[in-house]
Design a binder for this molecule. Sequence first.
Ligand SMILES: Cc1ncc(COP(=O)(O)O)c(C=O)c1O
Length: 499
Amino acid sequence: MTIRGIDDCLSAREGRLYIEECDTLDLLREFGSPLFVFSEDQLRRNVRRFRTAFQAGWPDGPVVVMPAAKANWLAAIQRILAGEGCGCDTYSAGELTMALNAGCPPQLISVNGVPKDEDHIRRSIQVGARLTVDSLEEVDVIERAAAELGTTAYVRLRLKPVLSRFIAHSDFVAEGLAPTDIAAIAYKGGLTFEQIMAVGPRLLKAANVKVVGFHQHHGRHRRSVRYWEAQMAAYAAEIGRVCRALGGFRPQEIDIGGGFAIPRDPFNAATVYSEPVQYAALTAISRVVSLLGPRSRYAVMARLVATITGHPNRHPAPSIEAYAEACTATLRRELPRHGVETAGVTLQLEPGRAMHGDTGIHLTTVKALKATTTPIRWNVIVVDTTEFWFTGGRYEHNLHHYLFANKLDAPLTGKADVIGRSCYGDRLLPAVPVPDVQVGDVLALLDTGAYQEVSMSNFNAMPRPASVLVTGGSASLIRRRETEADVFRRDVMPAHLVR
Ligand SMILES: Cc1ncc(COP(=O)(O)O)c(C=O)c1O
């Protein structure tokens, strides 16, 4: 039997879910529930696929894979990436520390973000990392710090190419249903052409500054290859325009940022695209069917709500190889058209979710079952995890693919909401097909490797779960479970309240 979601590091053995050579049920027994589990093998495979695919399309110079630390900054994960020869996209001073501790060569560290504190800028220059200039305000600080340190600041200019007339709506929830070209303008990253021209000539002349190239991270507005082709074409045109305006500047490094999806992208298309429509339709239908009496209304509405609130992506997003082909082919065609030679240029990329997404699963145990039978049937499975440990994903309305780890062969005979343990709605999975579920069953949420573990909160004063790294048949703790004392450790009692 083929089970959807079973691939790469996951396998089904006698009805149980394995990650690499480890039985997920044994992992829970050893490390407790709930649990984040990461596959070393899958991470290494992803790095190599990215590097091979992009290098195949970019014979002009080296390719440096700089996975976005924000997606997963566990120290052990970063150590694996550094060992694979990766660079690192860092955003905060903390991520810079983490990348250096992991052993990432400083010249392969991309220091992004706005605003950057003065200490952060100073330290980046001191260690020789690549500083991405992303505000006019930081230019003074860079020049001053480099001069005071008596060293060279290696900088890249972060561009903000406009994807004119790319009107398909953006997937970025923060920008609502805005057309992609407008959503990209609203996104804070990058400097406009005018802003670049306000600082570029000065940086090129500065004694302690070396401008090595360009950076862009457009966001994750669309997952299609067509979007990537448009992005790269716009980036190439903007690079050409800036190079000409800077009197024939030649970049040594071109960083294309991140934003690629994983094939089993957990993004819940239905919620974002159709929320207003859902609301309008449900309100109108609710009014009409209420004329038929409460019983009919409940029956119709229950079915409707269950059907339209969750639509997992059934169409896989493009593969790493497809993205690589789209990006490299477009850049190699468009850069020379805009007067920029590609020979000798280093190509850098900063995948976050596409690097880490499918390296992790989250295991959670069923703790309670609730079934309402009147006025309508409504089944609820309560698990010991919470949406507050998936904050990154909830923000994007993620709908993760799931498997019952101890019942892979069981037919899906019912429907239930899977609800987390916090006092909020905590609807992790809305009205999904389920087997005959018992307390103690184990649910595996797939593709939780990016942005989830690192965005957990302590809502309801709940200690956060542990993380484990699986390497073949062995499993090691890489972040311990929090204790209650950890949760309260930052609290300070003012003297007048001490009893
Ligand atoms: C500068 C930069 N690079 C890379 C990424 C990674 O993006 P993604 O996880 O969508 O690949 C981000 C995400 O915000 C970013 O800001």
